[in-house]
Design a protein. Structure first.
Lengths: 122, 132
């Protein structure tokens, strides 16, 4: 093998971010419209009783560790999907300061993930 | 025309190019759906945080999202719905499937995803109402 033909492969964070984006996009597509309808719209539209959304009832639902884990997973993936897509969209809107944009959106996603974990598990 | 290394560059409006052709608009709306997806994720994180702070804090959150934030949530729902729709419409390109050596048709792949979306939505409501 001629050394000039060798490619230099280097580690990239792209597969990690991309897999979070793709998994997040799918989970979001499957579940988010239902979650928005359920949590934010069903009661004001008169489709469901507000009693179903009492503190005690939510407490009861979240007492199941599987529910907790699912809630964490869904919101975590949605956050990172949105953060990555917004980073790319800022480029489409003509913002070329990608470093700053990445820090901003991934920063918000990190902080939100941390608050989510603390609220659910601590 | 501008030149770069001897190549001509087509001048493009960096900030408003997507307004030039009607077919760019759905693309931009699709990408922009992520802003609303992110916003609602943050609203849910906020609600779970409020829940961890006790009953008064949690009830304040539900009252706020059901009253003052109702129209915002409706807008979020429209964009989230468009995200789902557009996400599943590209699945034949993003995830081509072969079955017994033959390519599965795009309509079948899209249909299967839409059906899965419907089932997942029903499951979310059912689990919430009966209490998982």
């Amino acid at each position: 093998m001629n050394s000039t033909n060798q490619k230099n492969y280097h580690a990239s964070h792209k597969p990690v971010i991309w897999s979070l984006f793709a998994a997040g996009g799918t989970v979001t597509a499957l579940l988010l419209p239902a979650l928005i309808m359920l949590m934010a719209l069903a009661v004001p539209l008169g489709l469901m009783s507000a009693d179903l959304f009492s503190y005690a009832r939510i407490q009861d639902l979240l007492s199941n560790p599987l529910v907790k884990l699912a809630v964490f997973g869904i919101i975590f993936l949605s956050l990172w999907h949105a953060a990555h897509r917004m980073r790319c969209t800022m480029h489409d809107f003509g913002v070329r300061a990608d470093g700053v944009v990445a820090i901003l959106f991934y920063g918000v996603a990190s902080v939100m993930s941390l608050i989510l974990a603390v609220a659910l598990f601590f | 025309m501008k030149q770069y290394n001897g190549h001509f560059i087509r001048p493009a409006d960096k900030y408003a190019w997507y307004l030039k052709k009607p077919r760019y608009i759905p693309y931009m709306l699709r990408e922009l759906s992520s802003l609303f997806v992110g916003l609602f994720s943050c609203i849910l994180v906020w609600g779970l945080y409020q829940h961890s702070q006790g009953e008064v804090a949690f009830n304040a959150w539900t009252q706020l999202i059901w009253n003052q934030l109702f129209w915002l949530n409706l807008l979020i729902f429209v964009f989230a719905f468009y995200h789902s729709y557009s996400w599943f419409m590209v699945t034949p390109k993003a995830m081509p499937i072969k079955f017994k050596g033959k390519r599965v048709s795009g309509v079948t792949i899209i249909g299967a995803h839409m059906l899965l979306w419907l089932i997942a939505s029903v499951v979310v409501f059912t689990l919430f109402v009966i209490g998982a």
